[in-house]
Structures are given as structure tokens and as C-alpha cells.
Design a protein around this ligand. Sequence first.
Ligand code: KG4
Ligand code: ZN
Length: 314
Amino acid sequence: MDGKIISNYIANQSVHEQYGGVVPELASRAHMQNIVPVVDQALSAAHISRNDLSVIDAIAFTQAPGLIGSLLVGAQFAKSMALALNKPLIGVHHMQAHVLANLIGDNPPSFPFLCLTVSGGHTQIVLAHSPLQLEVIGETIDDAAGEAFDKTAKLLGLPYPGGPLVDLHAKTGNPKAFSFAEPQIPELNFSFSGLKTSVLYFLQKQEPGFIEQHLNDLCASVQYAIVNILIKKIKKAVQQTGIKNICIAGGVSANSGLRSALQETGEKLGWKTYIPVFEYCTDNAAMIAITAHYKFLDQQFIDLDASPSARATW
Ligand code: KG4
Ligand code: ZN
């Protein structure tokens, strides 16, 4: 009720690694297996007894966007719980939740702020007027930043999801070792599919064994190229809006290159930058909870017959 996070549990799905990407059918089956134990763990970490669930004010779940099979599992479970406990139900937009993850903790940004939301499925610049008034002012026209990391990682022979591994190898590589084509996309929009193609053509021209020999430099150079695209656009957004409170969100905001580039650029240009702690960057329960908190305060409840949606604008 007071906007404090009292537990934050997630279940990772390693079942997809061997397929080089998320297999929707397997994802929903893993959700089925995980959802009850995870909720149970979350309750005990929060010191809430199964025998006294009356302390719960509302039940929230991710309503959109995402893989529909997985969303259905969460929605069905949340609705059953809301019905059984006779509590209001709150549907949360996944991307809104990533942005609002920045409001968790003692030092939240003040409004308005800009948020660079970078995940496996989205790349957006969001102008946050208030917790429940978010405006997308720029987005990718093709791949998301996380996809750019994962797809180039695959070209480099790294397992899925490659983003964190590129980050790891980049730490000891030279970001200027190789350069790749930079997209020229108007306004505040992004494009990442060209980068992947540029890396592919570059690698095709090399001798066998090149990747193994230069893996760290390749990772550092790819990471530099992606971060460079992101930072240029956020600079442009600051110029256009005059807003200098800058946040990042989404799985790619865990990237150490992006985190330090944002901090450095912010210091140089007099921005106030906010970077969520690591566990609130990648998909997590706390970001759904903080969004539900603001929706609860605004009495934004949904009916028990509400359905999730794979795609949804906000
Ligand atoms: O937000 P998220 O956990 O899930 C989605 O909503 O998509 O983001 C997952 C994405 C993946 O593409 C993953 O490779 C990327 O975030 N990611 C990273 C890092 N950690 C996660 N990319 C680069 N560096 C990282 N450290
Ligand atoms: Zn996400």
C-alpha cells in the first residue's frame, strides 16, 4: 500500500537456451510449472501466511504485451486469486512497468522525465508526465536493442540470450577495434536490423578462427555501436524536450556499457540520470507491483473477464 517492495521473485527459464531463442509453447508450459511455487516463495519472503491472505489489497498481473500463452497463464492465475480472495484485479502494461521500475526506492526521478526503455522486444523513448501518463516519443522501426545484442551474439557463436555475454566479453575488449554501419533514422526513432547485417557481412569476409581470436574486441565493438545509437537518440530527445531527468529501463539497461555511457554523458551535459538497480532492470515482479500501486491509488481496476493481449499500445 505504501509503494515499498517487500519481495521480488522471478523464475528463469533455461529450457530455451538449446533452441537459440524463446520457444512460446515451452515458455507457457514453464510458466504453468513455476507460477504457484514462485507466488508461494514471494508470499513467504514477504512474511504473509497462506492462512491470512486478507492483508493483500489487490492482485496485479501483466496484461500486455508478450507471448500470449504465457500471458494467459498469469492472467488466469491472477483472476482466480482475485476471485477467491475477493480483491480487485489490476492489469499492467509490461512496458509501462519497465519505466515505473525507476520509481522504486528512496531516490525516484521527479516528473517529467525521459526514459529510454530497452528490452528484448522494445526500444522506446518515453516521456513520463506522471506515473500513469506516459507518452512514447520514439521507438524502433525494426529490431529492438535487446534483439540486436542477441542476434549479433548468435553470429558470434554465443548462446541465447547473448546480451549479458556480449557485455561480459566486452569488458576486456577494445570498443574501437571494429566499426559497423550506423543507421540514419529520422526523429527519435531507432533501427537495429542494419547493424546485424553489417556484422554478418563483416564476419563473412574473415578467415576461419577470426571470431575465437577476436571475440572480446568484437563484443566490445558491437556493444559500442548499439550504445552509441541509443545515447545519440536520448541526447536528441533532451534537445527537443528540454527535459534533463533521464532514466533507463528494460533488460538492456543492465548493460554495463550503456550504464556508464549514460552516466558519463549525463555528467557532461548536466543531466540527472537514474539507473535502476540490476534486479529491477530485467523482467521482474517488483516493476509490476509498483505500477499496480499507482493504478490502485487511482482505482484503475479491471473486470474478472478481462483478457491479456499479445500486442497492445498504451
Ligand atoms: O526486459 P527483458 O528482461 O525482457 C523483455 O521484456 O524482453 O529484456 C531481455 C533482453 C534480452 O535481449 C537480453 O539479451 C538483454 O535484455 N540483456 C542485456 C543484458 N542483460 C539483459 N543486453 C545487454 N547487456 C546486458 N547486460
Ligand atoms: Zn521486459
